[in-house]
Ligand binder design. Structure first.
Ligand code: CP
Length: 321
């Protein structure tokens, strides 16, 4: 008899995970439901099922990563897929090989999926058009980070029971944040209200077109929020300083215990990581009772197991031994 898991996989006909725009609400819900079931595997004494045995996934990371890369690697291993990591600096890219030639070389080895992080917006989309391999976007430039948004949605659903109707405040360097962009789209699709806050120099013009409200006053966003998501200043993507000093930034936009006194009693604090303690978030807030930052990390493994299962496999019950 067909299991619920198999029905989930069959509903999911998508070949690539490129951004949150292209995922329907139904597809998002299939991923979140599948991830919730995958989470149980990570709690077993033997954290491994044979679901993707014989499958190969390549983790192709042009930019540094701790959470995304390790969680995809762990996810693949928990589903028994073979995973290998190729970094920009250890590949023939340093000898001048192009992204496309690198991808076509990988394609010739017949992997079942390529998970790519790249500094250029649109790199995963290009590979999805120019090769036959299923492509999963692990973050492209300032454009999109769909698996981060999915794990953030999962974490909020777990903690609040829903997303619809919640006020989500995203505070920080919005301009350079693929997480902000993907979460605006993802949370909006599931019915949340989004407020983006940060210095005017870090909020792009026209961002309201994603359906978000904008304020330059962190306190205004904090007061009404059910969920506060703090973002790091992405110095690596800034051409010039957009704020006089980190100390002043922390004073005006950093989430401190003092600012948190104005928040709702059941507010949740999120951060995609990596955290710059003492800049966008005070250490006692990052480690405090409202913080669900490590729950986000835990759910990153479950969401990425779900995505690998739905994209690469899906022909059998994913949770069976
Ligand atoms: N949130 C996130 O993408 O973290 P990493 O850069 O460590 O993968």
């Amino acid at each position: 008899m067909e299991t619920e898991q198999q029905r989930g996989a069959m509903q999911f006909a998508r070949k690539h995970i490129l951004d949150m725009e292209s995922l329907s609400v139904e597809e998002i819900n299939v991923i979140l439901d599948t991830a919730e079931r995958m989470k149980e595997i990570s709690k077993r004494p033997v954290k491994k099922v044979p679901t993707l045995r014989g499958k190969t996934v390549v983790l192709f990371f042009y930019e540094p990563s701790t959470r995304t890369r390790t969680s995809f690697d762990i996810a693949a291993k928990r589903l028994s897929a073979d995973s290998l990591t190729l970094s920009g600096s250890s590949s023939s890219i340093v000898k001048g090989e192009t992204l496309l030639d690198t991808a076509r070389t990988l394609e010739a080895m017949n992997p079942d999926a390529v998970i790519i992080r790249h500094s250029s917006a649109g790199a995963p989309h290009m590979l999805s058009k120019m090769t036959t391999i299923p492509i999963i976007n692990a973050g492209d430039g300032m454009h999109a980070h769909p698996t981060q948004s999915l794990l953030d949605l999962m974490t909020v659903v777990e903690k609040k029971g829903k997303v619809s109707g919640l006020n989500i405040a995203i505070i920080g360097d919005i301009s350079h944040s693929r997480v902000a962009r993907s979460n605006c789209i993802g949370f909006k699709k599931l019915g949340a209200h989004i407020t983006l806050a940060g210095p005017p120099t870090m909020i792009p013009k026209g961002i309201e077109s994603l359906g978000a409200s904008v304020t330059y006053h962190a306190e205004e966003a904090i007061q009404n929020a059910d969920v506060i998501m703090m973002l790091r200043i992405q110095k690596e993507r800034q051409k010039s300083y957009l704020f006089p000093s980190e100390r002043e930034y922390a004073k005006v936009y950093g989430l401190t215990k003092e600012k948190l006194k104005k928040a709702k009693a059941d507010v949740l604090i999120m951060h995609p990581g990596p955290v710059n303690r003492g800049v966008e978030i005070a250490p006692e807030v990052a480690d405090g009772p409202y913080s669900i930052i490590l729950d986000q990390v835990t759910n990153g493994v479950a969401v990425r197991m779900a995505i690998l299962y739905l994209i690469v496999g899906g022909a059998r019950d994913a949770t069976a031994d």
